[in-house]
Ligand binder design. Structure first.
Ligand code: COA
Length: 339
């Protein structure tokens, strides 16, 4: 097996096609209920990063130097090194994954990264793999999927109007307007300290500058943002917000990102109303969309209840695993300790 580091910014169409093919083989084997990727904007999705972030990519090739067996990437953010790793099903249990992980660990340690994090779908080979390499489980979430075909649209239309007096709902396809950045980020900041502890594997968007960069990065990666907010009319501030992204490389399945209700504005029905309004907007604007997926902490009973009322059905556990980068790198360099 040959391990080759690749510069993501100069990836050829052939490289991108190979990456998409591996992803689709992995999905078919491990998450057969998930829709496959398409080539549209796949290169941008795989390569564009937030300002200040860096991405390293490796390919594992067969000894003929042409057949791709697996690929891995390491995204270094301010907080953490986020890794992604996949090995073609036909090439598994031959230490390809271990070789890719060793390359990641050594680079992460050399770059001064302290912690490595990875998202792992429950019930897939990744669980055994990362546990065998000493990763510890940092948090557990539940993924839920809403199939649009099963939605009771009349009920959703009623829920969408069920918000208390003094609030108005606004829909912002393409993200909130810049005039709202200040109060939008303040709403996110207001619940940040109350949120369940996870590894912040996705870019956070706190502060207007960071929000702007985050939106630009999403768009550049071919991920169309939709935002619905509840505005508290007396103060003209954002009382609640919900964010969904429709990725161009996987246009039939949207990702429900953050939903936030500022503590002072709870119990006015804002969370249900904005989420229901979002579904109406998505149905109108994205005719190809089949379903929406979302992740919630298992302890977040309130959000799980609302999602269940809207028609989301839990389909899998999703775990975040973490490891100390330097300790992991040492495992791969210490003689006799190689996994
Ligand atoms: C997880 C994955 C990378 C492992 O790749 P691999 O090349 O088969 O792994 P290795 O051969 O290096 O396995 C090393 C060790 O991990 C553990 N392991 C690997 N696969 C396992 C499985 N299916 N069940 C339990 N343990 C497993 C074993 O301890 C194994 O050692 P052993 O074969 O001597 O028992 C591969 O199964 C894969 O690509 N899965 C999908 C990954 C994915 O979903 N990626 C997207 C997000 S990151």
């Amino acid at each position: 097996m040959i391990l080759r580091e690749c510069d993501p910014s100069t990836a050829s169409t052939t490289d991108v096609m190979a990456a998409v093919q591996i992803m689709n083989e992995v999905l078919a084997a491990d998450l057969p209920e998930d829709p496959p990727w398409q080539l549209e904007k796949a290169k941008e999705y795989l390569t564009v990063t937030m300002p200040g972030e860096r991405r390293f990519t490796w390919h594992a090739l067969d000894s003929d130097n042409t057949t791709l067996l697996g690929r891995a990437s390491l995204l270094i953010t301010e907080e953490i090194g986020v890794l992604e790793l996949m090995v073609r099903p036909a090439a598994r249990r031959r230490r390809v994954g271990t070789a890719l992980l060793a390359a990641i660990a050594q680079r992460a340690a050399a770059e001064g990264v302290e912690a490595l994090g990875v998202e792992v779908a429950g019930g897939t080979p990744s669980v055994g793999f990362f546990e065998a390499h000493g990763f510890r489980r940092a948090c557990t979430e539940l993924r839920a999927v809403l199939t649009l075909e099963s939605v009771d649209w009349q009920h959703i239309a009623t829920v969408a109007t069920g918000i208390g007096a003094g609030y108005r709902i606004e829909v912002h396809p393409d993200g909130p307007p810049s005039t709202m950045f200040e109060t939008y980020t303040a709403a996110k900041e207001a619940i940040r300290s109350l949120e369940y502890d996870d590894l912040e594997l996705s870019p956070s968007s706190y502060g207007p500058d960071r929000l702007e960069a985050s939106l630009e990065t999403l768009r550049a990666r071919g991920m169309k943002p939709y935002v619905v907010v509840a505005v508290h009319e007396r103060t003209e501030t954002v009382a609640a917000l919900t964010e969904v992204v429709v990725p161009e490389h996987r246009p039939t399945r949207a990702d429900q990102y953050d939903t936030v209700v500022v503590p002072a504005h709870r119990s006015y029905g804002a969370d249900r109303a904005i989420k229901a309004r979002m579904l109406l907007e998505l149905r109108a604007a994205e005719s190809q969309l089949l379903d929406v997926q979302t992740w919630n902490a298992a302890e977040n009973a309130q959000m799980l209840k609302i999602n269940s009322e809207l028609g989301f059905r839990i389909d899998r556990e999703w775990r975040e695993y973490a490891a100390d980068a330097a300790a992991l790198a040492r495992q791969f360099t210490a003689p006799g300790l190689t996994h």
